[in-house]
Design a protein around this ligand. Structure first.
Ligand code: ADP
Ligand code: MG
Ligand code: MG
Length: 923
């Protein structure tokens, strides 16, 4: 079975001689020099580029080589086969590695062992696979034993390798191996893996081989090169495992970029008590505090720390046990932070007191920490304000708005237990014990806390929907902690006092039992867990914005405001808000919106006591009655507009005339029929019953087969001009009143759903006539604009004609997306999943603008509109206005502003700055 170990030397011609013309697929690093560097993440992946950069910087990195992401793409292109050119380059680099390491793969006397590690451009913690100790076989295990004089270590390395190779390459369920390990531990009375001696481990190896034979239907491969090829291909394959695909969907990472494979000489943290392995951060990734942070395990290897099977020690303890290595680690990581100008997340191994760096990358952090770190790095003069603006993910600032517990309600409950505070935030919800349940319960509208012994990468869908994540084992760098932080999800890990029965769907702590559905609350900043429901309250930032707290008393608010004011310096796009009520407008203003991009007047119709008046207006069968009802609405609308204008302090306010079909203001047909049937059954007659019948008749009259394409928008104004008249009057009267008070206002009256210039012309005439009347009555002149929403494809296509009448455009990208795709926004849920699975659509086009189709209508609309009217003001007011990647598109499209919902304003400010900075290349 074991093939000959010595291989033919690779042909020289294949590697170097004709290299310039052919593409390079494998990059070497070692002996202080690397083929790649930090700029090559696309090709080498994040891990590979970090290893190269650290090697070039002279840091102690075990030598190795990186098989590029291009090779991964080729592998898929060729139907999951590695082409000969990649194979040749790999073998050539292996020879180089053997030389650098002074050992040979498969050499019985002096074996080289390697790790085979995945590594894509974007880090995807735990989503893909890594194999350690490759090169172990029945012969090399004895060679390793002889060389190291450490039989236990040699056999432990072998059993780990069989386990990882079996699971990852041969796809044998992990449990099958765990089961055997447990059995041996039990028979020897061992508590921990480290209690097993060489003989016991040899028994584990024998059992593992039997597992491979029975479950994998083959002998465990003894040929190291076959092992290497198998591991490499398994890493390529793991790019497309279900959890990696799900992860990429959530984080919007393209499926097409592939992963690199890093093959690296092994160093050993499991040779004994002078060895260790660990992970860490240069700052606290949960709070952003400047403190050395991390965990390690003595006498252990790689995955032991992150998998949560053994609870690691805090890194400060390392100073006591291995002081020299600790000091060197601090030096190196401080240097790395200065070099990368960002918090570093690093992995290291200490072999017999010698430190090796195995990974460094910019650390994932909570939104809270992101803002703290960026503002601190500026104070420390490590980065400029501009770099700080580019460093923070816009979604981070929205995490800062998440609720916190009401302190009184929180204090009222006793602390049930404390765990490690992995990701800050207040979480309260019903306990569920599986990721699938979390998804199902959330679908039913419940808020859940996902409670697990430890999370595994397959739980990602449940973690995504839960209010918070609570685990019993694992450290601050366990899977649950890393993923929780990245999602901005409150998380507590390692709450060891919880006795969790996942199958029994319950846990107990301190004598109390919590069953599925019972309420649990916890504070991800302190690690305290409480049993029961606790009311949450707005974050400090919201309290400052609402005037309930002073800005100077809130550290987080000061940092938030500092960062956003830097962003304001760099952005070109104006930021407005979608807001219909004065209080919303005030919030938006406090968040930095300077203008309203969309005030939906119909929302005002739903205000208290208004709906009966609106219904009377709709039920009127003649113009006179309709006007009577409208006259009642007039002062109410005028009051709203007055408030909204005032809240905007002289910034422009775009008010849209009525948009939805009228039946939306009436009860549902089915409900009315039930009510009528009930009244008739109980013998009720008279006026009430007559009115219900009348209402039902009108509802039936207004019924439409397709309301989205029905009697709505400008079509309403054209058939009932008195509605437009009333709304114009309310707007201009409010503006005149404010003008008299010395407050400047610039109303922008916006007609929705225009597809033909003549529609706009018709309504504009109404607006201008009424506006002139009002100004004459009031004896004041106010400036106002009339414009339109561009949301019907015909409107975008004929924008040059429409611009002759419109003084501004606002792209209504919600309707424009509906009408361009022909997808109903309310029904897309039925097939979007299938579209994404089949890669017909990458993203939900209602969340992130489809730049190719809908986007080209926007571009076309802007171009044609400005051709007719060079000073045309153009904005966007669909949901896309608060979506960072859509904002990048609007920057490129040359819009004047984006309008977003009030709570998205901070995100939009930061995203707009990043968009502007990336357009200006070269600085
Ligand atoms: P992940 O991307 O999931 O973090 P890695 O490829 O970084 O996976 O591997 C996980 C761990 O395995 C590392 O943190 C390290 O402890 C260990 N490891 C990887 N390569 C080596 C090596 N050459 N020598 C020793 N340990 C290694
Ligand atoms: Mg790693
Ligand atoms: Mg619309």
């Amino acid at each position: 079975m074991a093939k000959k170990l010595a291989r033919k030397a690779p042909k020289k011609a294949a590697s170097s001689k004709k290299a310039p013309k052919t593409k390079k697929y494998v990059y070497f690093f070692g002996n202080g020099k690397a083929d790649g560097d930090r700029t090559m993440k696309d090709t080498l992946g994040g891990k590979g580029s970090g290893l190269a950069e650290m090697t070039n910087a002279g840091l102690p990195v075990p030598p190795g080589f990186t098989i590029s992401t291009d090779a991964c793409m080729l592998y898929y292109k060729e139907g999951r086969k590695v082409p000969a050119v990649v194979e040749r380059e790999m073998e050539a680099n292996l020879a180089k590695l053997e030389k650098a390491a002074g050992a040979k793969l498969g050499d019985a006397a002096n074996p080289l062992l390697v790790s085979v590690r995945s590594g894509a451009k974007f880090s995807m913690p735990g989503m893909m696979d890594t194999i350690l100790n490759l090169g172990m076989n029945d012969k090399t295990v004895e060679g390793l034993k002889a060389r190291t004089n450490n039989g236990r270590f040699a056999v432990d390395s072998y059993r780990r390798f069989i386990q990882m190779f079996g699971a990852v390459v041969l796809e044998i369920p992990k449990d099958a191996f765990e089961h055997e390990l447990e059995a041996v531990k039990k028979s020897k009375g061992a508590h921990s893996d480290t209690d097993l001696d060489e003989a016991a481990l040899r028994e584990v190896v024998t059992r593992y081989k039997a597992v491979v034979k029975s479950k994998g239907k083959r002998d465990f491969p003894q040929d190291p090169l076959e092992q290497l090829r198998g591991a490499r291909d398994a890493v390529f394959r793991s790019w497309n495992n279900a959890r990696a695909i799900e992860y990429r969907r959530i984080y919007e990472i393209p499926d097409s970029i592939g992963t690199a494979v890093n093959v690296q000489m092994m160093v050993f943290g499991n040779t004994g008590d002078r060895s260790a392995t660990g992970v860490g951060f240069t700052r606290n990734p949960a709070t952003g505090a400047k403190e050395f942070y991390g965990e390690f395990l003595i006498n252990a290897q790689g995955e032991d720390v992150v998998s949560g099977v053994r609870t690691p020690q805090p890194i400060t303890e390392l100073e006591k046990v291995l002081p020299q290595a600790y000091r060197q680690l601090r030096q190196i990581t401080t240097r790395l932070e200065r070099h990368y100008k960002d918090i570093q997340d690093f992995e290291f191994t200490i072999q017999d007191e010698r430190l090796f760096m195995l990974q460094t990358r910019n650390g994932k952090r909570t939104g809270y920490a992101a803002v703290v770190i960026a503002t601190d790095l500026v104070s420390e003069k490590l980065i400029t304000p501009k770099e700080a603006v580019l460093q923070v993910d816009p979604e981070s600032v929205s995490q800062l708005l998440a609720p916190v517990f009401d302190p009184k309600a929180w204090k009222a409950l006793p602390v049930a237990t404390k765990g490690l505070p992995a990701s800050p935030g207040a979480a309260s919800g019903q306990a569920v014990f599986t990721a699938d349940d979390a998804v199902e319960w959330t679908r039913q509208g419940k808020s859940v806390i996902l409670v697990r012994k430890e999370t595994v990468p397959d739980d990602i869908h449940g973690m995504f929907v839960a209010q918070g994540i609570l685990t019993a084992t694992g450290g601050m760098t366990s899977h649950a902690a890393v993923v929780g932080r990245q999602m901005g999800k409150p998380s507590i890990v390692g709450a060891g006092a919880l006795e969790i029965s996942e199958s029994g769907r319950k846990f107990s702590v301190g004598g109390q039992t919590i069953k599925e559905g019972d309420f649990v609350s916890f504070d991800g900043l302190t690690g305290e867990v409480k049993l029961g429901q606790v009311a949450t309250k707005p974050s400090e930032i919201l309290q400052v914005v609402a005037g309930e707290m002073k800005a100077k008393d809130s550290d987080v608010y000061s940092r938030f405001e500092k960062l956003l004011s830097w962003a304001d310096k760099y952005r070109r796009l104006g930021i407005r808000a979608n807001a219909d009520q004065p209080d919303q407008a005030e919030t938006a203003y406090a968040f930095g919106a300077r203008g309203i991009g969309l005030c939906r007047t119909e929302h005002m119709f739903f205000g208290e006591g208004r709906i009966p008046i609106v219904q009377r207006m709709i039920l009127a069968d003649n113009e006179a009655d309709r006007r009577k009802a409208l006259n009642e609405l007039l002062p109410l609308q005028r009051g709203d507009f007055y408030g909204v204008f005032k809240a905007m302090h002289g910034n422009p306010v775009t008010i849209r005339t009525i948009d939805p079909p009228l039946h939306e203001f009436l009860p549902k047909r089915e409900d009315l029929m039930v009510e009528i049937a009930k009244m008739e059954a109980t013998g009720k007659t008279g006026k009430d019953l007559d009115e219900k019948h009348k209402l039902l008749r009108r509802v039936e009259q207004l019924h439409e087969f397709n309301p989205m394409l029905g009697h709505r928008g400008v079509r309403l104004g054209i058939t009932y001009p008195e509605i437009t008249e009333m709304q114009t009057r309310a707007i201009i009267e409010a503006a005149c009143q404010l003008a008299k008070e010395g407050i400047k206002v610039v109303p922008e009256i916006m007609i929705p759903l225009v597809g033909h210039v003549k529609e706009l012309r018709d309504q504009k005439a109404v607006v201008e006539r009424v506006a002139a009347e009002v100004m004459k009555e009031q004896g004041v002149k106010v400036k106002y604009l009339v414009g339109t929403m561009i949301e019907v494809p015909r409107g975008a296509v004929t924008a040059d004609e429409i611009a002759a009448e419109a003084q501004f455009f606002s792209f209504g990208t919600n309707d424009l997306t509906q009408l361009t795709f022909g997808f109903s926004r309310d029904d897309i849920g039925k097939f979007l999943g299938a579209y994404q699975d089949r890669k017909i659509l990458d993203k939900d086009p209602f969340a992130t603008i489809d730049t190719v189709g809908v986007g080209s209508l926007v571009m076309e609309g802007v171009r044609k509109g400005r051709k007719t009217r060079p000073d045309l003001k153009v904005g966007i007011c669909g949901e896309h206005g608060g979506d960072p990647s859509s904002i990048h598109f609007f920057e490129r499209a040359g819009l004047d502003y984006v309008s977003a919902s009030p709570y998205r304003i901070p995100v939009a400010r930061l995203a707009a700055a990043q968009a502007a900075l990336q357009v200006k290349v070269g600085d």
